[in-house]
Design a protein around this ligand. Sequence first.
Ligand code: PHE
Length: 450
Amino acid sequence: MAEKNKRDGFGSKIGIIAAAAGSAVGLGNIYRFPCVAGENGGGAFLIVYLVIVLTLGIPMMIGEFILGRRAQKNPVGTFKALAPSAKGWSLIGYMGVLCAFLIIAFYSTVAGWTIESVYKSVINYYHGKDLATIEQGFNDSINMTVRPLLWQAVFIFISAFVIAKGISKGIEKYSKILMPILIIILLILCVKSILLPGAYEGLKFFFKPDFSKISRQVITSALGQVFFSMSLGMGALITYGSYISKKDNLVTTSLMVGLSDTFVAILAGVIIFPAAFSFGIRPEAGPSLAFNTLPMLFNQMNGGYFFCLIFFILLVIAAWTSALSLLEVIVSYLTEELNLSRKKATIYSSVGAFIISILAAMSLHDGSSLTIFGFTIFDSLDKITSMVFMTLGGLFTVLFLGWKIKKQDFEDEFTNSGTVNIRLKKIFYYIIKFIAPAAIAVIMASQFLM
Ligand code: PHE
């Protein structure tokens, strides 16, 4: 039975914004965004990305909050509660729970690299090293057997610890102060990066769109990245929505969260591409972009030791607040639908995710045969979650919102029972009912056409 009375909630408006931004801002912005943008032509990708954030991402975030706050439940329970006669829709919720699981599995591997970078910063490993040595060191550490697994175990454990303690005491407390500090450091890094010799080429790559590069692959990748970065389509925001107070304005909350998430991704691009071009790292270099470019940048700075250390610590924390929202999806499902205690639910979900994460990490070893259709397990998890599960989840979520739930439920949550007057209301309905489902369906279908 759902423990309605005991439901925890966010204590303040800034609490929910901080927590939802904590979910959105993470490795997706600083590691994954530059990787995907680099592989997809830079400026061309950025334009498509921004269009999708504004037209689909933010409306969908509002939509997920509407569902969660209306139902006051976990993702599975939400679909059951809002359309009691059509149980099949709860499959979207189950898919979200599964997706959360699979994301944690590869996310914790990348978080593990971040902790490794903290370690390297502490021992001043990067100091005075050239790019080739830093790159070699990064590859070597991925290829180690025990150490990466240890770091990802630490990461999952610290996330599980906060989750076991509950929502407002846990998540809110940690995310409120730290995200602004991260943004300040990113701003300082931007200035440093832009001033490097040869930085202009990187800026041009990132900001000057070559429209001829906009292809189906660029659009599909951008859609997947928007979903991943904004934590859409898999129940994280439905779950957080269920903790939002009835007084909060969902539209302004979503705008603030969505825009800050996008701002951080753009900052990451402005830091990474100029620096990468300056040091001679190719934009398609993948993980090397964040994990090797940045230490090289710190090497050039006064106080580089300090900045490097603080930056990687904050990046671990940003990843951590995202992992909290992933775990919370699974834990809220296990406690509310299967009646497990919060502690047990946390243990099962984190141990399960850790086991899959072992495979993800091992699949990256040189010559590993842990592959699926030629992709490493790590890459497969990354691609399948964002480009299949989340987009499909998002598609059915907007269909559910637009066509299945009671108009009154939608209207009440959207306007706080008529107390807030929302401009552009008509456009929002129109987007949720027609544009979003059509756009997602077309983009997804285009992957399978020649
Ligand atoms: N949005 C997070 C990031 O950018 C990742 C994430 C995806 C978190 C889905 C929760 C749900 O790092």
